[in-house]
Design a protein around this ligand. Structure first.
Ligand code: ADE
Length: 225
């Protein structure tokens, strides 16, 4: 998989890409992630990428030209399955969407900023608009980082134990059951006996029941859907 991220603030994402599973997946050659500074595609001598909106409202709008130049330079090299724009208006990002996106070969993620981007980019260049939740971020960089992290960990081989990606919360619309490690007792707080029993079938049943109970109590909407 290859992900190209277009942004005016690459520094905001860089740290996320260079740690933990995202870094390991890149080191293993499972994913290539490239950050492109949109200012490098500006023809303005001050490297500006925004301008005042037509119609005179407050706030700045990202210009069409640097974004089009950046996207065209990438699409001239290879086919992209999706050209994604991060926006609070977009389709809500969730685990099923991450699963689908993890099957893609090449993706571009355009991070929004300022008041928005020239609408013609959304009409003519973007194939998918994604929101990570019903709140407004300062820019799309954190959304892009969240999406990359969620998608890359689903690529086979990205995490050590593939089974553990499948048993994540939400993967089967259930929250994950509680997990414990040694010591089996701490300050009198005990790990449930069943987990120490060695009886694998009973343990699995207990875990499923816990997952159901936690989902019913904390996220009943997941069961309704
Ligand atoms: N940009 C600003 N807010 C956002 C959100 N909630 N999701 C994705 N991109 C955004």
């Amino acid at each position: 998989m290859r992900i190209d991220i277009l942004t005016v603030l690459p520094e905001l994402i860089e740290g996320t890409l260079n740690h933990s599973i995202l870094k390991r997946a890149q080191d293993k050659g499972l994913v290539e992630i490239y950050l492109h500074n949109l200012r490098d595609y500006s023809t303005d001598k001050h490297r500006r990428v925004d301008d005042y909106p037509f119609g005179g409202e407050a706030g700045m709008v990202m210009q069409i030209e640097p974004i089009d130049r950046a996207i065209c330079s990438l699409t001239a090299e290879r086919h992209y399955d999706e050209i994604i724009y991060t926006s609070p208006d977009g389709e809500k990002f969730d685990q099923p969407m991450a699963n689908t996106l993890s099957l893609n070969e090449n993706m571009i993620i355009l991070c929004g900023h300022y008041k928005g981007i020239d609408f013609r980019i959304r009409e003519h260049l973007i194939t998918k608009e994604i929101s990570i939740g019903d709140y407004v971020l300062t820019g799309g960089e954190l959304a892009a980082a969240v999406m990359c992290d969620t998608i890359v960990r689903l690529i086979p081989g990205a995490i050590g134990d593939e089974q553990s990606a499948l048993s994540d919360s939400f993967q089967d619309r259930l929250l994950a059951p509680p997990v414990y490690t040694r010591p089996a007792e701490y300050k009198g707080w005990k790990v449930p006996d069943i987990l120490l029993s060695g009886h694998q079938r009973k343990i699995s049943e207990w875990q499923h029941e816990q997952a159901l109970n936690r989902t019913r109590a904390l996220r009943p909407d997941l069961l309704d859907e």
